[in-house]
Write a protein of this length. Structure first.
Length: 438
């Protein structure tokens, strides 16, 4: 899951950094050396409830790797709000880690920098082969027609989590399956200082994930088939307005959620303040916040009508975390050994079980640990009704610019300013004008 919080001006900086990186920063065009064969540096993304949880999950596994190989792994867990900018700086300076986690939606953007090791057939052979991985996970590892820039590590999908106690108190028998039902049920749950649905209005990536799915449901996309930005189509505008209207018109999202960007909506859910959240693999976080597993339910995310499926019935993006290697690493053999270790069947079960995610490795995914009702919903979503975000070099700028536009519209809704089709289109047009020109 990619939880980025950035200022609007970050879009300009992001564009400049990516442009510089694409011109040759951070890579020599060949695989790294083995000058430091006994150590690796690893930037892990924040997957748990906090950074300390990640350290507790990962350090025993890194110690195990050191015992097996003699290679010490120096771990740094990087908050999502810092991770992308840290990576971009490293691509231009050449001073990055050996191995790092990246949000799978960043794969094509970072691939265009030339700083990441391409996973060609030879490199995949060192970790057991490409066919070990689920096809949907491989679809978010880089631009089509190029060798992947990373290897799938954790797979996720969006689902609707609902608080059973709050549903029972409001007399709601089942979770909403369509957006019309979401508005109706949400209004019944929004009373006495409690709210129907939680959101992270200042979380740029979460905003993108939600409006991307809604755009698919409106038969639209944010890019043309040849990769050009298309932010102001009728379907894209309708998608953004429908999402923000959950606060502005339907009033099922609390105005304060416009400022949320650090998983506050999950805390509200765990404290019986918010009855529903649309989230990626939230179970581990709820457990860490004191909820018992029987206190929440999991259902497919809503669609416009009918049931989830392909095309206009898409109800999730293909979410996940990939593992990448900086091409100028000083321990290329050790880095590949580490990727092989982290994607081994044993480690895939341990790590994905700890984080409540799904292994992208086929054999690990068959482990009984992933047969829970909650994970079954996520697994089915990934298999039947999830679509990968556009794998284009400008994807990171898209997340920043359109994510900021949605953030600003949530701020308008929270302040009581009207959110109209015209105002949505104007925000999206401004975002499109700031995208790099091809």
């Amino acid at each position: 899951m990619r939880r980025i919080r950035a200022a609007a001006c970050g879009a300009v900086a992001l564009s400049l950094v990516l442009t510089a990186a694409a011109c040759g920063g951070g890579t020599s065009g060949t695989e790294g050396s083995n000058e430091r064969p006994k150590t690796l540096t690893y930037w892990a993304s924040n997957q748990g409830a906090n950074l300390e949880v990640d350290r507790k999950v990962l350090q025993p596994e890194l110690d195990k790797f050191e015992k097996e190989t003699g290679i010490e792994v120096k771990l740094e867990v990087v908050p999502w709000g810092d991770l992308l900018n840290r990576i971009l700086t490293a691509t231009t300076s050449g001073q990055g880690p050996d191995v790092l986690n990246i949000g799978n939606t960043w794969s094509a953007s970072l691939q265009s920098s030339g700083a990441l090791l391409p996973w060609d057939e030879k490199n995949f052979a060192t970790i057991g082969g490409k066919d070990r991985f689920v096809e949907s996970a491989l679809g978010s590892t880089g631009a089509e027609g190029q060798d992947p820039a990373a290897v799938p590590l954790y797979s996720m999908a969006y689902a609707l989590y609902y608080n059973k106690k709050m549903f029972a108190e409001a007399g709601v028998r089942k979770p909403p399956a369509t957006w019309a039902e979401m508005a109706a049920v949400g209004k019944r749950l929004s009373r006495d200082g409690k709210w129907g649905l939680g959101a992270e209005g200042s979380n740029l990536s979460n905003n993108i994930h939600q409006v991307f799915v809604l755009a698919k449901q409106h038969n639209a996309d944010f890019f043309t088939p040849d990769g050009r930005p298309d932010f102001t189509s009728d379907g894209a505008v309708a998608a953004v307005k429908q999402y923000v209207d959950l606060m502005a018109e339907d009033r099922v999202i609390a105005p304060g959620n416009a400022e949320y960007a650090q998983n506050q909506s999950l805390s509200d859910f765990a404290k019986d303040r918010t009855a529903m959240v649309l989230w990626q693999t939230a179970s581990a976080t709820f457990t860490s916040q004191g909820m018992d597993e029987d206190e929440w339910g999991v259902a497919p995310a809503p669609v416009q009508s009918g049931k989830p499926g392909p095309g206009a019935a898409t109800n999730s993006m293909v979410a996940g975390i990939n593992l990448a290697v900086f091409e100028n690493t000083k321990n290329i053999d050790g880095a590949k050994k580490f990727v092989a270790f982290m994607t081994s069947d044993e480690e895939q079960v341990i790590l994905n079980k700890a984080y409540g995610s799904i292994p992208p490795v086929k054999t690990a995914q068959q482990n009984p640990a992933f047969d829970t009702p909650a994970l079954a919903v996520l697994r089915d979503t990934l298999a039947t009704s999830a679509t990968a975000l556009p794998q284009v070099p400008e994807e990171s700028q898209f997340e920043t610019l359109v994510g900021t536009a949605v953030k600003e519209l949530f701020a308008d809704a929270a302040a009581g300013r009207p959110v109209t089709t015209g105002s949505v289109r104007a925000k999206l047009d401004k975002a499109q004008q700031q995208m790099p020109k091809k």
